[in-house]
Design a protein around this ligand. Structure first.
Ligand code: HEC
Length: 505
C-alpha cells in the first residue's frame, strides 16, 4: 500500500510537469493543451456557481440566465410534469430526479428528490395520461405517476423489452406525438458500420402498450433529440455526424423526419456526400438519402431540441426551436458548447447563438444536453459537465439570484479507497489490466490518431470508482467493452498506477 501511495505521488508530480514540458518543447501550444485537458475531463467538470453563470454566460438582449439547480452530476434529459415539476434523467446513476416547482419563488426548486432509481441508463421520458414512460437503454417501461403530489403510484412495468444497447449511442429518446403514438430514437452501435439490429440508427413508432412496432425512418446515426414544430406538426430530429473525417466534416444535422425516408447513414454524410469508408449503398435501387434540413457545424453534437412557445418574445422567435450543442471531442479546437436558436423562415433555417460562453478559448465550463420550456414560459437547460440546470427567462434579473454562492461539485475522486483495493495484488492486477488495454486497443483513441483523448494525469481527475464507472457506461464515442467486474478493476489499477499515465506518447 505504501509503495502504491509513493507511486501515486510520483505520478502526481509527473503530471504537474507534463504541460510545462510539452509547452517548453513546443510539442503543443497552450490552447490545444487546454483543449486536451478539457476533453479529458469531459466526464464531469468543475463546480459552477450562480456568480460564474452571471459573469460568463451570454444571451441575446432581453434575456437573463440563472443557475436553477446544481449538484446534479451528469444531468441529461428534461421533462416537465403536467403540474410543473421538472424531471431530470441521469443515465449514469440509473435514476430520475424530480425538481419540485419553485412555488416559493426563490429561483430554485423547492426540493430535489429521487423519483425512481435502479433503472438501466434511463434517458428519454414522457407522459401519456397518468403514465410516466421511461426509455432505458434496453427497454421502455412505464409507471403510474400522480402529478399533483409528484409521486409514483404502483409498479414499474415493461412496455417494450429487448432493445439492444451494445456499442456506442446506447441512449434512447422517447416522446409521444400528437397522434398518441410513442416515438423512439435509437442511435447506431458504431461510428460507421452496417447494423445487425435493424432497429439501431432509426426512429421507431409504437402504440402506447408497446404493440405495433414500426421503423419509420432509417439512416439516422444518433438522433438524440426530436420535437414537433407547433405551427405545422412537422417532426424534426437532431443527428450527430460521424467522426474521424477531420475538423470540419461532416456537418451535424437537423432532419425533417418523414415516415419511410432514409437519412443517409452510414453511406452518406451531410448533403448526401458518399462516405469514404463504406462504398456504395447496397439498397441504392430502393432508396435515396434525404438531405438534412439544416447543417450544424461539424462535431458540435446537437442533442436536445425544443420548439418554443414564444409568447411575449421578439418576433424572430415566433417560429423557432432551441437546440443544445454538447460540443466536440473530435476536433483540434473545441466547438459547440452552447444552446443555439433555429429560426424557421421562408428562406430556410437560420442558426443563431442563444446561450453561449461555456467555451472561452478552450476553457470549458459546461456542456448543454437538453432544453425544455417550463409552464412559466422560461427555458430550462441541463448541463452534464457542470451538473447543473439553468433557467433562462425574459427580462432582467430573475428572482432570488444569490450572487456568487459557490456550490460544490460532487467529487470524481475517491473520498476513501474502495474496499477491494485493501488486499489487492496491485502488480498482478496492473499486468492483467495492461493486457486488456492492448487486447481492446484502447490506444487507438487514447494514444494514436489525429486527436487522441489523452489519459495522462488520470489519477488527478478520477478515482477508482469513477474510472470503473467510465468503463461500465462510457460516453459516446467510447464503446462499451464486455468487461467483467474484475477486469474493470484491473484496467482501473493499470490506468491509475502506470508510470507513464502522466506521459502522452
Ligand atoms: C473509439 C475510441 C475509444 C476507445 C477505443 C476507447 N476510448 Fe476511452 N474514451 C474515448 C473518448 C472520446 C473519451 C472521452 C469521452 C467524453 O468526452 O466524455 C474517453 C474517455 C475515457 C476515460 C475517461 C478519461 C477522463 O479523463 O475522464 C477513460 C478512463 C477511458 N476512456 C478508458 C478507456 C479504456 C481503458 C479503453 C479500452 C478498454 C478505452 N478507453 C477505449 C474514446 C475511446
Amino acid at each position: 500500500m505504501k509503495k502504491f501511495l509513493i507511486g501515486l505521488l510520483a505520478v502526481a508530480v509527473l503530471v504537474a510537469a507534463v504541460p510545462l514540458v510539452l509547452m517548453a518543447t513546443g510539442t503543443i501550444d497552450s490552447s490545444s493543451l487546454r483543449m486536451i485537458l478539457n476533453v479529458m475531463t469531459g466526464l464531469g467538470g468543475p463546480a459552477t456557481s450562480a456568480g460564474a453563470v452571471q459573469r460568463r454566460l451570454q444571451l441575446p438582449d432581453g434575456f437573463t440566465v440563472q443557475l436553477y439547480a446544481a449538484d446534479l452530476p451528469r444531468a441529461r434529459f428534461l421533462r416537465f410534469t403536467p403540474d410543473g415539476d421538472l424531471l431530470v434523467s441521469r443515465p449514469h446513476s440509473g435514476d430520475i430526479v424530480l425538481l419540485r416547482r419553485d412555488a416559493d419563488g426563490d429561483g430554485h426548486p423547492d426540493a430535489v428528490e429521487t423519483l425512481i432509481d435502479g433503472l438501466k441508463r434511463p434517458t428519454g421520458m414522457d407522459f401519456l395520461g397518468d403514465w410516466l414512460y421511461i426509455a432505458e437503454s434496453d427497454r421502455i417501461g412505464r409507471v403510474r405517476f400522480d402529478s399533483a403530489s409528484g409521486t409514483l403510484a404502483g409498479d414499474y412495468q415493461g412496455v417494450v423489452e429487448g432493445l439492444t444497447d451494445d456499442g456506442n449511442h446506447w441512449s434512447k429518446t422517447l416522446r409521444f406525438g400528437a397522434d398518441g403514438l410513442m416515438y423512439l430514437a435509437q442511435g447506431s452501435t458504431c461510428n460507421v458500420c452496417t447494423e445487425s439490429d435493424e432497429r439501431r440508427a432509426t426512429m421507431m413508432r409504437f402504440a402506447p402498450d408497446g404493440s405495433g412496432a414500426e421503423i419509420i425512418a432509417t439512416g439516422l446515426r444518433n438522433s438524440v433529440g426530436f420535437d414537433w414544430a407547433p405551427w405545422n406538426g412537422a417532426l424534426y430530429a437532431t443527428d450527430n455526424g460521424r467522426d474521424l473525417l477531420g475538423d470540419d466534416f461532416p456537418p451535424c444535422e437537423l432532419n425533417h423526419i418523414v415516415a419511410g425516408n432514409f437519412y443517409g447513414w452510414p453511406y452518406f454524410n451531410g448533403a448526401n456526400i458518399a462516405d469514404p469508408d463504406m462504398g456504395a449503398d447496397p439498397l441504392a435501387q430502393q432508396r435515396q438519402p434525404t438531405p438534412p434540413a439544416h447543417g450544424f457545424r461539424a462535431h458540435n453534437a446537437p442533442l436536445g431540441i425544443s420548439f418554443i412557445d414564444a409568447t411575449g418574445w421578439p418576433a424572430e422567435y415566433q417560429r423557432s426551436a432551441l437546440v443544445a450543442l454538447h460540443g466536440s471531442w473530435n476536433r483540434s479546437t473545441p466547438d459547440g458548447y452552447k444552446v443555439v436558436s433555429l429560426h424557421f423562415t421562408d428562406d430556410g433555417i437560420e442558426e443563431r447563438d442563444f446561450l453561449s460562453g461555456f467555451n472561452r478559448d478552450g476553457d470549458i465550463s459546461g456542456r448543454p444536453v437538453d432544453v425544455a420550456q417550463g409552464p412559466d414560459g422560461a427555458i430550462y437547460i441541463s448541463d452534464d459537465y457542470a451538473g447543473a440546470i439553468y433557467r433562462v427567462s425574459r427580462g432582467e434579473g430573475g428572482a432570488g439570484l444569490q450572487a456568487d454562492t459557490a456550490i460544490p461539485a460532487a467529487s470524481r475522486l475517491d473520498s476513501e479507497p474502495p474496499a477491494w483495493l485493501q488486499d489487492a495484488d496491485l502488480d498482478a492486477m496492473a499486468a492483467r489490466g495492461a493486457e486488456l488495454y492492448d487486447h481492446y486497443a484502447c490506444m487507438a483513441c487514447h494514444e494514436e490518431g489525429m486527436n487522441p483523448v489523452s489519459l495522462a494525469g488520470l489519477p488527478q481527475r478520477l478515482g477508482y470508482r469513477a474510472v470503473i464507472e467510465v468503463l461500465r457506461a462510457p460516453q459516446s464515442p467510447m464503446p462499451i467493452f464486455p468487461l467483467s467486474k474484475a477486469e474493470q478493476r484491473e484496467l482501473a489499477v493499470y490506468l491509475l498506477t502506470r508510470e507513464d499515465s502522466a506521459t502522452p506518447r
